[in-house]
Design a protein around this ligand. Structure first.
Ligand SMILES: N[C@@H](CCC(=O)N[C@@H](CS)C(=O)NCC(=O)O)C(=O)O
Length: 203
């Protein structure tokens, strides 16, 4: 059994989308998290994440934490979804590069921009420009970062882009990419389930 430890409208929301893509049975366990913007919530003792954050996944007793680890783990465990080139596939390196790039380059650059740090730190501005440039170059070639096919990295990249769209440059290609990813039936179902989980948490 797969159990997702989830808090509404957080980094675990896109994992509901991912689980919907896999079309395998899973359950969602809502947990409280500390929300720094409002000061609400707290680390939930029921959450197996080492830092009481979300997402956390338990699969047949094994705990997987960190968004990137969960994407890699699930897409290898359920290859029938066709969202990750397998070991030995020549596209595997590109896939791993994009997933790691998301965590190592895109997230830090995005949070530096959200925190207003770019103007005072030229190297952070340079890193941010590199992130935008790489994304624009990839999406000028294909509808998804790896080309024709939607793959694991697109969950992470498109959802982060949607979350912080205002700090990225106005660009119809970026808008169309986010819309294309979010129009997937599994994404639409995932969003509805996230909203539902928020209503349950509030009740
Ligand atoms: N690098 C982690 C970050 C996880 C994270 O910070 N999640 C937030 C929600 S978006 C959280 O649980 N915050 C609660 C806290 O910091 O205590 C990942 O991508 O999984």
């Amino acid at each position: 059994m797969l159990t997702l430890f989830h808090a509404p409208q957080s980094r675990s929301s896109r994992m509901i989308w991912l689980l919907e893509e896999l079309a395998v049975p899973y359950e969602i366990k809502p947990v409280s998290i500390f929300r720094p913007m409002t000061g609400e919530g707290h680390g939930d003792p029921a959450n197996p994440h080492p830092d009481k954050r979300v997402p956390a996944l338990v699969h047949d007793g094994a705990i997987v934490a960190e968004s990137v680890a969960i994407v890699l783990y699930l897409l290898d465990a359920f290859p029938q979804a066709g969202l990750a080139p397998a070991q030995g596939d020549p596209r595997r390196g590109d896939y791993l590069t994009w997933v790691a790039w998301y965590a190592a380059e895109m997230e830090p650059a995005m949070f530096a921009a959200l925190g207003g740090e770019l103007g005072t730190a030229p190297h952070k501005q340079r890193n941010f420009d590199a992130v935008v440039g790489r994304l624009q170059a990839a999406l000028a070639k294909g509808p998804y970062v790896m080309g024709e096919a939607f793959a694991g990295a697109d969950f992470l990249i498109s959802s982060a882009l949607a979350f912080a769209r205002h700090i990225f440059p106005a660009d119809a290609t970026l808008d169309a990419y986010v819309a294309r990813c979010q129009a997937r039936p599994a994404a639409v179902r995932g969003l509805a389930l996230d909203d539902e989980s928020g209503l349950q948490a509030a009740a």
